[in-house]
Design a protein around this ligand. Structure first.
Ligand code: FES
Length: 192
């Protein structure tokens, strides 16, 4: 017989606890909302930044390429007085500058090709010795005086002078109206 002490039976092993996945903490939901909030504001901030940058860029581009308006010249040299035949309406500058030059025995004047009714361009009819507007039929004598149709006043004359080099110089920026007595102005008429 052995005298070894009899050990008490080992206690039963504790039942393994089931592993329960951690519940999402309430704080998680809050942080998710916060993240969404931050992303939204970040998106807005980037959009605003992009818009501001685009605006600034377009301003710089406009500065680099200014909106220059190329207007036709208001004055031009029209050759020598002798280039114009006495008694003739010269149409060589009609298309380019909108001017007729007329030479008479007394001198030379420049007429605007703009009809004083509603602004159409009349035609010079050599056979009838008159300017005739195709729009509403106004007629003007060679002098520019209106005599038929609805035009309320004569064609306008333009400043004319002799340049230093002896050429006829027409300045469209200065107009002379017959009904105001401006055709008496020495700048409205050139005496070569
Ligand atoms: Fe010349 Fe009317 S525009 S007659």
């Amino acid at each position: 017989m052995s005298d070894a002490p009899v050990l008490p039976p080992a206690p039963p092993a504790p039942n393994p606890k089931p592993v329960i996945p951690p519940k999402p903490a309430a704080g998680n939901a809050v942080s998710q909302e916060r993240r969404q909030f931050i992303f939204t504001w970040l998106g807005l901030a980037w959009t605003a930044f992009a818009l501001a940058t685009g605006t600034a860029l377009s301003t710089v581009l406009r500065f680099m390429f200014p909106n220059v308006l190329f207007e036709p010249k208001t004055s031009f040299k029209a050759g020598r007085p002798d280039d114009y035949e006495i008694g003739k309406v010269d149409e060589r500058w009609k298309e380019k500058y909108g001017v007729w030059i007329v030479r008479t025995l007394e001198g030379i004047y420049a007429l605007s090709v703009v009809c004083t009714h509603l602004g159409c361009t009349p035609n010079w009819l050599e056979g009838e010795q008159k300017f005739k507007c195709p729009c509403h039929g106004s007629g003007f004598y060679k002098t520019g005086i209106n005599f038929e149709g609805p035009a309320p006043r004569p064609l306008e004359r333009l400043r004319i002078s002799l340049a230093d080099d002896g050429q006829v110089l027409v300045d469209k920026s200065k107009k002379f109206q017959q009904e105001k007595g401006e055709w008496n102005d020495p700048e409205s008429f050139l005496t070569p």
